[in-house]
Ligand binder design. Sequence first.
Ligand code: ZN
Length: 276
Amino acid sequence: MNFQSQTMRLHNADSVPFLTYNSLSELKFIRHAFSTRLGGVSEGEFTSMNLAFNRGDNPDRVTENYKRLCQSAGFEFESLTASAQDHHTFVRAVTRENRGTGIYKPRDLESVDGLITNEKGVTLVTYYADCTPLFFVDTGNKAIGLAHAGWRGTVGRIGEKVVKKMGEYYGTKPENIVAAVGPAISVCCYEVDEPCAAHFLALTDLNTDKFVFPKDGGKYMLDLLEANRQILVAAGVKAENITLSDLCTNCNRDLLWSHRATKGKRGTMSALMCLI
Ligand SMILES: [Zn+2]
């Protein structure tokens, strides 16, 4: 595997690999990770690090995968608290009482695509395989957020909703937020049709020329990372505090799960983050 990135670092490549952002690693009061498709015990189309319980994999294997990832990346398994993503834009504040949700307790967070907390001992978990993860760290009031932004969530401005909810719950000031966007399917590989592109072209307060690129045959290349970056800037996050991942899931299919690269026969990756 030829791993190259200016923004992210690959750890434990020979055992249970995970990625971190260089920018977020400088913040010593949080721990974060993004999983890969490697280092797990799942088989068949889920080989080997699948972190989704809802795609037909053996749940005991998924649990073991989480335990391996936690061990590798330094998270407490009992602290995991997962979203229940379905491409909406609801954001929920979670506490220690929610620990285990969606992992070793039933999901009770239906329609939640974003999680925030300001409590230690709660690890936020969200799921991906091409969609865009958004990481938020409030360096002032020490709070964190994770959100899943597929194209629907991006158009619905879930990034802005997380910033607002962190402000409402934790007094977070947007200018104190350090954010990261990705890894996701990137503009090199993310072709969409006209109805999808039209939703993005309708975001007229943003510079759509920078993320919707028409090509022949009524198709468009879409840059979800740039669209999310602009949405965060519009919400008050400083441009210099936002890092975009340079790892496209489809271009790095040996390392990362890509829904498009696998035509849907795939496992799922997770973003994890907690306060320490
Ligand atoms: Zn690509």
